[in-house]
Design a protein around this ligand. Structure first.
Ligand code: HEC
Length: 488
């Protein structure tokens, strides 16, 4: 006997209802929606709770804008800066998307501070929420890692030198420091391997981990339930609850709209600068990290020798450990901030110290006239670079081979031009050398057939100059002439 499939429950008769039944019997969507939207919020919806969902929203915005940037990006020291300037100067809305992505990272850091500040002040980490807190700590570390790895990718002066400072610090780690630094950089110096390592971390490893920990964080949040207002008991809530939908959902959505609005306005009015390409030989450049790393940067300036190990590695590690252990150390269920002077006081003290360090860093830069002048020059250089039109690859001087947007045949032709050593006499990009004249403009001089003919049977002048007849497969010859004909 064959088993008959159970008939579809036929409770709803209209089309939407039937579709819903069809989907629900296969996915359980109704109960999933019920679970996620009817989550009880004790004490009701509040604007104080929008930061977490705001972070999730900004993360998604980073993923989407990041995918667009990755469509163009090439993780190599030779091309990274050129492709980013291509994105900024040629691609339509490229500068806008890049600015949303770059300012988005600052937005995430600001929201992280607000989210953590709210959690600490409200004591929302209390009452069986240790794993929720720990997964949040890991998320914060991953976000800081995203900011650090992403900063290098444009490979302009400030990216290069700031990352050089950051990776120099790694060498201070006791025992394994130098090995660790080499591992991060992919060698002793920063170069293509550093970019490709940072790229892999920024695009695959860290986002993958972020998604996993975001899922965990939301899971733990749902399991423990929203902690509610400060007068609420975090373990057995007593306040009357209202469902997550619609009020809190609307507040979260409104906040998301405000966020993307602010980002779009900033990205439009102050597009993120791209400076001139990294020049490791530049000894004048003053490296400065993004604003949120400024306090740490300033802190390191005060330390030297033995103290850089204690102050630069051990103290931050200890603080991070205490911070992560907060729900284990502070076990009372009391949530009102004024009744918790130690935890709230320590947090505020840290905030004040961190902010003061950041302010001191900016003040130092602008109070010393020599330093201020150099900072001003760096900004001016970046503005000047932004104002210049896009130049495809700088190595060929003024002659462009524009290989970024070239057809596959031209790219192949370029490779043949190199492998057949045409460049040894005619120069890189066919600009000409003492041995042979330039090839720029052959398209005006010869038709494709004529070009093929002289390559096949060079004239006496070419033979006298040592050029041999080109003997290639027809499609390779075609690619080579395609490359020659677009030189100008
Ligand atoms: C040993 C040096 C040498 C090498 C290698 C060489 N060429 Fe030449 N090539 C010459 C000289 C010399 C001439 C003729 C005079 C001039 O243009 O300076 C010439 C002329 C040409 C011309 C005609 C230019 C004109 O304006 O009339 C073309 C096209 C050309 N070469 C293409 C190539 C290609 C493609 C290759 C690689 C497969 C190549 N050459 C490799 C030396 C060389």
């Amino acid at each position: 006997m064959t088993k008959q499939p159970t008939p579809e429950p036929n409770s709803k008769s209209d089309l939407v209802g039937r579709l819903d039944t069809w989907l629900d019997t296969r996915t359980g969507i109704d109960s999933i929606l019920h679970e996620s939207l009817d989550e009880p919020i004790h004490g009701g919806a509040s604007w104080a709770y929008v930061f977490g969902s705001g972070l999730l929203f900004l993360f998604m915005s980073q993923v989407i804008t990041g995918v667009f940037l990755a469509l163009y990006y090439v993780p190599s020291a030779d091309h990274a800066h050129t492709v980013v300037s291509y994105i900024v100067k040629v691609v339509s809305s490229g500068s806008f998307i890049r600015s949303i992505h770059a300012y988005g990272s600052s937005g995430i850091i600001i929201l992280l501070c607000l989210h953590i500040g709210q959690t600490v002040l409200y004591g929302s980490y209390k009452g069986r929420r240790e794993l929720l807190w720990l997964s949040g700590c890991i998320l914060m570390a991953l976000m800081l890692g995203m900011a650090f790895t992403g900063y290098l990718l444009p490979w302009d002066e400030k990216a290069y030198f700031a990352t050089a400072v950051g990776t120099n610090l790694i060498a201070e780690v006791p025992l394994i420091g130098p090995i660790l630094q080499k591992l991060v950089r992919g060698g002793d110096q920063m170069g293509t391997l550093t970019i490709s390592r940072f790229f892999v971390l920024h695009v695959f490893v860290l986002p993958g981990m972020l998604i996993a920990f975001i899922a965990g964080h939301i899971f733990f949040f749902r399991k423990a339930g929203a902690a509610g207002p400060i007068k609420e008991d975090p373990v057995t809530p007593r306040l009357p609850s209202v469902p997550f939908y619609p009020r809190q959902v609307l507040m979260d959505a409104a906040f998301a709209v405000v966020l993307i609005g602010i980002l779009a306005i900033i990205a439009k009015t102050i597009p993120m600068d791209l400076g001139p390409a990294a020049n490791p030989a530049d000894t004048h450049f003053l490296p400065r990290p993004e604003w949120y790393y400024r306090p740490a940067f300033q802190w390191l300036k005060y330390l030297s020798g033995r103290w850089s190990l204690v102050g630069g590695i051990m103290l931050p590690a200890l603080l991070a450990l205490i911070f992560a252990a907060a729900p284990f150390l502070d076990r009372r269920l009391e949530r009102r901030p004024w009744k918790r002077p130690i935890s709230v006081g320590a947090f505020l003290l840290f905030l004040i110290a961190y902010t003061s360090l950041g302010i001191a860093s900016y003040r130092d830069d602008y109070s010393d006239p020599v330093m201020a002048a150099q900072m001003h020059t760096q900004d001016a250089d970046a503005h000047a670079f932004m104002a210049k039109p896009f130049v495809p690859e700088s190595s060929a001087g003024s002659v462009s081979t524009n290989l970024i947007s070239a057809s596959p045949a031209v790219v192949k032709g370029h490779a043949l031009f190199q492998s057949q050593s045409c460049n040894s006499c005619h120069g890189e990009g066919g600009v000409g050398t003492a041995a042979a004249g330039p090839l720029t403009g052959v398209a005006l001089k010869y038709t494709e057939a004529q070009l093929n003919a002289i390559l096949h049977a060079p004239d006496s002048k070419m033979i006298a100059g040592g050029m041999q007849s080109v003997d290639l497969k027809p499609e390779d010859l075609k690619a080579l002439t395609a490359y020659l004909r677009q030189l100008h």
